[in-house]
Design a protein. Structure first.
Length: 227
């Protein structure tokens, strides 16, 4: 039987970063990341975060190796850990704008959840804003796996809204190789985002669902660039 003390959230770290406050706390045996008072994610499950990477890989040509993937948002590390387990990913970049989150994985309590993936030689950490990187970088990837918000319709900061509009999706296309895959995590389906993907020139637009214990399923929006 749990005691009241065990059920009470415990703040493990609280930092003021360039985009506001970010907090790591422990609650009922799980770790939670809170940004500016908004719950982002916790370590209770991870199925949909793993699906984000698995679905992107499955959408690429079977048997191809030395593929490249950019994971947008380190979070609690489930997506990165999944990518590192797959030898077909020859180059793995993970973009994270909060130094605190990177620290929690390098020397903090989240390291077991990312399975110490930051030590893998294929992994490069891009510390900075994902939206700016997609707009300004020269690198291209076979897949973009993006999980920086609660979804296209529920962003953590106002600056992120542009990612899901015409300019942001054009930047995503520019960072993808021909036939590359865009995968976007969301806490709920978004028909408007599906329409935006088609308008931006993506093909094979579809949505995959993952059941959750309560509420509507988590989803991964998938789309492909023309080959």
């Amino acid at each position: 039987m749990r005691t009241n003390e065990e059920e009470r959230p415990v703040t493990l770290d609280r930092r003021e970063g360039p985009y506001g406050e970010v907090v790591l706390r422990r609650h009922d045996g799980r770790f939670e990341i809170i940004a500016n008072g908004t719950f982002l994610m916790d370590t209770s499950d991870g199925r949909s975060e793993r699906l984000l990477v698995d679905a992107a890989l499955a959408a690429l040509p079977a048997g191809t190796a030395d593929l490249s993937v950019l994971i947008g948002g380190l979070g609690v590390g489930f997506s990165l850990a999944r990518a590192v387990r797959e030898p077909r990913w020859g180059r793995i970049a993970v973009a994270e704008r909060e130094r605190a989150v990177v620290d929690w994985h390098r020397i903090g309590p989240l390291a077991p959840f990312s399975e110490h993936a930051l030590d893998d030689p294929r992994v490069t950490v891009l510390e900075g804003d994902l939206v700016a990187y997609l707009r300004d970088a020269d690198a291209t990837y076979d897949a973009l796996c993006l999980d920086i918000d609660n979804g296209p319709d529920w962003t953590v900061t106002d600056d992120n809204r542009g990612l899901y509009g015409p300019a942001g999706l054009a930047a995503c296309r520019a960072r993808l190789t021909p036939g590359g895959v865009l995968a976007v995590w969301s806490a709920q389906p978004s028909a408007a985002f599906e329409d935006a993907l088609r308008t931006a020139g993506f093909t094979q637009v579809r949505t995959m669902e993952t059941p959750v214990d309560r509420g509507v399923p988590d989803v991964v929006h998938l789309a492909t660039t023309p080959a």
